[in-house]
Design a protein around this ligand. Structure first.
Ligand code: GLN
Length: 471
């Protein structure tokens, strides 16, 4: 059942939110042991929220646009009084004193939060293997990764643990796990959704977005969580048009761009599905046009200077004083060092060192400054491409879900998972992954739809057309 149908039946009283919540909690009880999508299941809180929705319906009050819909939240979003760990030991025991804006918006809309989902520590990774609490498993094949860093959120939807979930995407962390788990995943335009209460990784790139079963569900969720928030100075100060309304239009007359100088590296099964996507859009009346985005291939390099630089600054706050764990030592400096040594995992330490180096005197211009220039080129190349094409189509991930440990000891191999997703974050543009059939081993393949700033409506139209063609 789609979210709109769930909400309609809860509002009419035909179905109780309490019963829907029990169905999800039962699904979690049955399979969470194998999947490990959650760091924390919020069973009591979920039952209380569902009861409140049912009471509102009984009183004749409006229970909200997501009444009775269950949601799983990536564990880097602040939830008042509920553990928020970022899958890091350094935040163990920390209870946020406030709800993030998206969390508050979901509560106000009648959604029922069932838990906090697992991620790569501080959202750094592409497989969820970097979690301090053990990896999440892909519901399609538990020997394989769900992708990352929002692997728990993607797996929660794919396993039926919740009706939808939220993730964060700094370089691909919504779109890549969505592709690997066979669900829809959207990274909106930078500033579309408030980041207030999202634990910062790389602030100029981080963006919150949904994982859903359908394109329409994603539109509905973004209509609820999108919009201006005075608490986030980077949030765009305007109302966004309804995306649900945009879905009704077809793709006739749209120009779909094929990037002719896209970096190579996608597996043949993934490439085949991308070609099928072009074919079906053409058959539905769209025109396929060739475009170039020459700086696309420098995205990964620029990202691995900019994101670690911002992370090294953002993560300086975990000092054993203000949040979570502390390792006692002889003096304050030793306590900082001991806490950070014990609290952070290897990948986080690697990023902090890379970022500190890139920002240090004498290297700043050569590395960080240069990366910012490349970022500008990528943005400008995309803008030029969007003068000729309404959207661009690429693979989301170069491969289907891979096996645990297959990239674990090679950071560069892991970084290459995000070749096709990262440039969009650097440009600030929206992108989404739509499940589009299967590839090797019968595993899901995602196609990525990219669009220009605030062009979510046209991006959703194309995604809906791809989805419809499979129905
Ligand atoms: N996999 C990329 C990284 O490790 C992107 C992560 C993300 O989008 N949060 O940085």
């Amino acid at each position: 059942m789609g979210l709109a149908d769930i909400v309609a039946s809860v509002k009419s009283g035909a179905v109780k939110a309490a019963d829907l919540t029990e169905v999800r909690l039962a699904a979690i009880a049955a399979r969470e042991g194998d999947i490990h999508a959650f760091n924390h299941v919020m069973a009591d809180e979920a039952r209380a929220s569902a009861a409140a929705v049912d009471e509102a319906v009984a009183r004749g009050d409006d229970p909200g646009p997501l009444a009775g819909v269950t949601v799983a939240l990536k564990d880097n979003m602040c939830t008042r009084g509920v553990p928020t760990t970022c899958s890091s030991k350094i935040l163990e025991g920390w209870l946020p004193p406030y709800d993030g804006t998206v969390v508050a918006a979901l509560k106000a809309s009648g959604a029922v939060a069932v838990g906090k989902t697992n991620l790569d520590e501080f959202a750094m990774g592409s497989s969820t293997e970097n979690s301090a609490f053990g990896p999440t498993r892909n519901p399609h094949d538990t020997n394989r990764v769900p992708g990352g860093s929002s692997g728990g959120s993607a797996a929660a939807v794919a396993a039926g643990f919740s009706d939808f979930s939220l993730g964060s995407d700094t370089g691909g962390s919504i779109r890549q796990p969505a592709a690997l788990c066979g669900v829809v995943g959207v990274k909106p335009t930078y500033g579309y959704v408030s980041r207030y209460g999202l634990v910062a990784f790389a602030s100029s790139l981080d963006q919150i977005g949904p994982f859903t079963n359908t394109v329409e569900d994603a539109a509905l969720v973004l209509d609820v969580i999108g919009g201006h928030d005075p608490r986030d100075s980077t949030s765009i100060p305007q109302q966004h048009p309804s995306l649900v309304a945009a879905l009704q239009q077809g793709v006739g007359g749209l120009r779909i761009g094929r990037i002719t100088d896209l970096p190579e590296g996608a597996d043949p099964d993934v490439q085949e599905r991308l070609e099928a996507a072009f074919d079906t859009l053409k058959a539905q009346g769209a025109t396929i046009v060739d475009v170039q985005v020459p700086a696309f291939s420098f995205g990964l390099t620029a990202y691995y200077l900019i994101a670690p630089a911002e992370a090294s600054s953002n993560l300086a706050r975990y000092d054993g004083v203000r949040y979570g764990m502390r390792v006692e030592a002889t003096d304050t400096n030793a306590m900082y060092g001991a806490t950070r040594e014990a609290g952070f995992g290897d990948e986080v330490k690697r990023r902090i060192m890379l970022g500190t180096y890139a920002l240090s005197a004498g290297y700043y211009d050569a590395y960080y400054g240069k990366a910012l220039k490349v970022r500008r080129l990528i943005h400008d190349d995309f803008e030029r491409a969007y003068q000729h094409a309404d959207v661009l189509l690429t693979p989301t991930s170069p491969s289907v879900a891979f096996e645990f440990g297959s990239k674990g000891d090679n950071p560069l191999a892991m970084y290459l998972c995000d070749t096709y997703t990262i440039p969009t974050n650097l440009a600030g543009h929206p992108g989404m992954s739509v499940p589009f059939g299967t590839g090797a081993h019968g595993l899901p393949v995602g196609v990525q739809v990219l669009a220009g700033t605030l062009q979510e409506p046209v991006m959703f139209r194309v995604a809906a057309a791809l989805e419809r063609s499979l129905a």
